[in-house]
Design a protein around this ligand. Structure first.
Ligand SMILES: Cc1cc2nc3c(=O)[nH]c(=O)nc-3n(C[C@H](O)[C@H](O)[C@H](O)COP(=O)(O)OP(=O)(O)OC[C@H]3O[C@@H](n4cnc5c(N)ncnc54)[C@H](O)[C@@H]3O)c2cc1C
Length: 400
């Protein structure tokens, strides 16, 4: 054998051994007591509790290349903290959730407010008594406000459907104009269906506040993590008992991991390989744009009900009150979930609830597999509700 062929043989053998070792490590069965699918707020809360309270090992499987799920944020080249998946303003009435999260972050005292673009210019949103003055001529606004206050009382929260169903002509007319200017096309775009197909609870959820205060939320606790949500979530995961595998789908690794308990915050239909069909979701496309101007709009959120395809523009620098001479704005375009984009909103329809119930029945038959979170429960949770659900599930599983 010549020297050259000896070298070639040695290199080939080494390559074979290296390949075999790689295949062995890739396919070897891993054991972890607790596996969590999804590094969103739900999964992260569960991981934090198991590692810090129960002091057991946790492996998190996350298909995206970052932690935080939909609350993920990052600093862009303008020095602005951008909430990649849309505006997230924290609001809660639960002292338990507020105290829990406050262990991992200080809060920037942000009180969310929004405007809505109308044919009369930008008006306060959600609708309050200022909106009525901005949207209607003086005489009608006074009559409308007087009737609202006489019927419901100052400080009350009602819904547009309360007014639509009223027998009073002034209340009905006011409701009609507000519905056309602010709700109708927004709802059609957001849900991608005719307005009469939208579940009435979705429209009833949009409040009208009989007050002159512009706050979007009335919850006791409000704010935004002072250094962003990603920093908060990083702190929650700061325990050597927690291992995170990013850019990894559960479907690709499930046969290779042994566990005692599995907590699944991905979409429940994927876990069962869509055996009863796919759960429908609404998705969004975010067009994130950097602009060479100090400010783009008057506040963080402006709704555009009557724009042909966009629903909201979000100017991120308002959220943490970041001062720069440039700005970053994301424009939101609702779209169907088609399997290539993200699942954002479960769609509230009886047939979807029935489909989810079938998966839930399958889930109930499994031992030591728990579904939770927005996608696991197929339920619209705000952040506080997602955290509370994870804390409750932890208590139920580990403290019984
Ligand atoms: C546009 C928008 C704006 C919102 N604004 C607010 C707000 O202002 N205030 C508020 O309180 N709430 C808001 N929310 C709700 C908030 O985002 C949720 O409450 C919260 O993110 C729920 O966390 P989660 O962990 O349940 O879900 P997610 O954040 O969706 O996390 C689930 C994670 O699981 C991963 N995953 C899914 N399937 C798999 C799989 N098969 N394998 C591996 N990983 C998988 C996903 O990639 C994701 O990271 C908003 C939601 C949206 C969509």
């Amino acid at each position: 054998m010549t020297r050259k062929s000896k070298i070639i043989t040695a290199v080939s053998v080494l390559a074979l051994v290296f390949g075999a070792v790689t295949i062995y490590y890739k396919n070897r069965m891993v054991y972890v007591p607790n596996v969590i699918v999804g590094a969103g707020l739900s999964g992260v809360t569960m991981a934090e509790r198991i590692a810090n309270d129960k002091k057991e090992k946790v492996l998190i499987i996350e298909k995206r290349d970052h932690i935080g799920g939909n609350v993920y944020d990052y600093k862009d080249s303008n020095g602005i903290t951008v909430q990649k998946y849309g505006i997230h303003a924290f609001h809660a009435n639960s002292e338990r959730v507020w105290t829990y999260l406050s262990r991992f972050t200080a809060w920037h005292n942000y009180r969310h407010k929004a405007l809505a673009e109308t044919s009369k210019g930008n008006v306060n949103f959600p609708v309050n008594l200022n909106t009525i003055n901005q949207l209607f001529d003086k005489e009608f606004a006074e009559e409308f406000t007087a009737k609202l206050l006489a019927k419901y009382g100052m400080g009350q929260k009602i819904s547009i459907s309360d007014l639509q169903n009223s027998e009073d002509e002034v209340l009905q007319r006011g409701a009609y104009i507000m519905y056309e200017e602010l709700f109708k096309n927004y709802t059609i775009k957001q849900w991608g269906m005719r307005v009469d197909e939208v579940d009435p609870s979705v429209i009833a959820r949009v409040p009208i506040y009989l007050t002159y205060e512009d706050a979007y939320f009335t919850d006791k606790y409000q704010g935004i993590p002072k250094f962003g949500y990603t920093a908060m979530v990083q702190k929650m995961l700061d325990n050597p008992l927690i291992e995170i595998r990013l850019s990894t789908k559960w479907e690709d690794v499930r046969g290779k991991i042994k566990y005692d308990k599995l907590f699944f915050s991905g979409s429940i239909d994927t876990f069962f390989d869509y055996k009863f069909g796919k759960l429908p979701y609404r998705s969004l496309h975010f067009d994130i744009t950097q602009l060479p101007q100090e400010y783009y709009q008057e506040m963080a959120q402006v709704n555009h009900a009557n724009h042909p395809s966009m629903t909201r523009s979000i100017e991120h620098k308002y959220l943490l009150d970041e001062k720069t001479d440039h700005t970053t704005v994301s424009f939101e375009y609702p779209e169907a979930f088609d399997g290539t984009n993200e699942r954002y909103y479960p769609i509230n329809k009886p047939e979807n609830a029935d489909l989810y119930a079938k998966y839930q029945q399958e889930a109930d038959k499994l031992k030591n597999v728990y579904f939770f979170g927005r996608l696991g429960d197929y339920k619209y949770y705000n952040m506080d509700q997602a955290v509370e659900r994870a804390l409750d599930l932890y208590d139920k599983v580990f403290k019984k």
